[in-house]
Design a protein around this ligand. Structure first.
Ligand code: ZN
Length: 449
């Protein structure tokens, strides 16, 4: 099939006006000017998207599909209080609720042009929903406990889940492990998780340096995370926690996790130059979640410094529990504006850089750039068509600017994963959106309390 549009953005190469992409057998076989490709492949069926952009599917470096039903349930609290509120609502959902919630998350992802996710899940609902939806990516089994004696049990359960989830969508979904955060994991858990990851070549993710409260908890033993979280929600107030005197990044460094080859730090907002050095020396990638970081008052990630120091960074949307909508366009736009506002004229981010952060750079952050992230011959055919013909978009002068400054998830007209169209013009090939919305709507009362 030849996919054609006014703009083709390979991301790894300059954009092509009146371009086309040849997709065969799930892979990209050719990219170039439409006229050239039509001449080269005269028998090929042509799908013309008109005044639209064809670009690689978005690679979302941080999701929690299973938290989609929490959308709007805690909108106006800072991170620690938000986290505790969300946790207090979790027991209201039964096992089927988590599945339904994750299904809606997968639907959200496809309709906004996300083709690859990096999802952290405890229940596995995200993994099952991603497999059913036909999304690509990695699902990290979350582990957490502050109680040392519980570590063997927590790790045994995680190992069983990891083995089971591997069979869900071989070739599309990899499975990893995610120690939750420095304030919810005993050091022994970091050690054992690192051991398992090394033995089974698992990718690793960790929520890291996400908030000032986490920083104060780790360094000074203070903040609501040391008091309310431990007492009420975490249930480990009998565990002694002493100030460590170091930053969250340096604290986690001590426990072996960063020595692994594929580690993703999520948020990394509360970091100084020496922390960035640690991340760089250990090749720890960063999931940059600008909207969630801003909405929960977590802070602003020093993106310019990450890039200058050569860190692998990609954009993450986090979950609707924190972010309400899963919209890569909002994420790129808000991220770009925050960074421009912070750095001023000295380091000026362009729209093209943010398209890259949501595609090829994000794929690099997950070490998947050999497979996806750009429109290049030989890569898997994960791509999206974004309509640019609405009244708020015409005329388009520059496709990168049109996408970052003027498009929204509603403008995504087609999402293809592995050469298969999963979403097109409001219809899902793999998911029942009406049913998913109805089921999540029914959970409203449970989450309101
Ligand atoms: Zn998260």
């Amino acid at each position: 099939m030849l996919l054609a549009a006014r703009y083709v953005l390979p991301v790894s190469a300059p954009h092509i006006e009146d371009g086309a992409v040849l997709v065969r057998g799930g892979a990209i076989e050719d990219v170039g000017a439409r006229a050239d490709l039509e001449a080269r492949y005269p028998a090929e069926e042509v799908r013309d998207f008109g005044l639209a952009a064809l670009l690689p599917g978005f690679v979302d470096t941080h999701t929690h599909l299973e938290y989609t039903a929490f959308r709007g349930s805690v909108d106006d609290l800072p991170y620690s209080q938000w986290k505790m509120q969300v946790m207090s609502k979790e027991p209201a959902l039964d096992a089927q609720d988590w599945e339904d919630s994750a299904a809606l998350g997968a639907i959200d992802a496809l309709s906004c042009g996300i083709t690859t996710i990096a999802d952290i899940t405890s229940s596995g609902a995200s993994a099952r929903a991603a497999a059913a939806a036909g999304l690509r990516g990695v699902v990290y089994r979350e582990v957490q406990t502050m109680e040392k004696h519980r570590v063997p049990e927590v790790m045994r359960e995680a190992a069983e889940d990891i083995a089971a989830w591997r069979g869900l969508a071989p070739g599309l979904l990899a499975v990893g492990i995610a120690p939750h955060a420095p304030y919810s994991c005993h050091p022994e858990l970091f050690l054992r998780a690192a051991e398992l990851a090394a033995a089974e070549s698992l990718p690793v993710a960790i929520h890291l340096a996400g908030s000032r409260d986490e920083y104060d908890f780790v360094k000074y033993g203070s903040s609501p995370l040391a008091v309310d979280f431990a007492d009420e929600t975490g249930g480990w107030s009998d565990v002694g926690w002493l100030p460590t005197g170091v930053s969250p990044v340096r604290y986690v460094l001590q426990w072996g996790l960063f020595r692994l080859p594929n580690v993703l730090g999520v948020h990394c907002v509360q970091v100084d130059d020496s922390d960035i050095e640690v991340l760089a020396e250990n090749d720890v990638a960063v999931a940059y979640c600008p909207r969630c970081n801003a909405k929960l008052g977590m802070g602003t990630a020093p993106l310019q410094k990450f890039i200058e120091r050569g860190l692998r960074v990609g954009i993450g949307t986090d979950s609707p529990a924190s972010n309400n909508t899963v919209d890569e366009f909002d994420e790129m736009r808000i991220g770009l504006l925050i960074q421009r506002g912070m750095t001023g004229e000295s380091a000026f981010f362009t729209a093209e850089m943010f398209i890259r952060l949501a595609t090829l750079d994000a794929a690099r952050a997950l070490k998947m750039d050999g497979v996806v992230g750009s429109l290049e011959r030989g890569k898997r055919a994960d791509l999206v068509a974004v309509d640019l013909s609405s009244s708020h978009q015409v005329p388009t002068q520059d496709p990168y600017g049109a996408l970052v400054h003027g498009a929204n998830q509603e403008n995504v007209v087609m999402t293809m994963v592995d050469g298969e169209i999963r979403y097109e013009a409001g219809r899902f090939a793999t998911m029942d959106a009406e049913r998913a919305m109805e089921r999540v709507e029914r959970m409203r009362a449970k989450l309101r309390a």
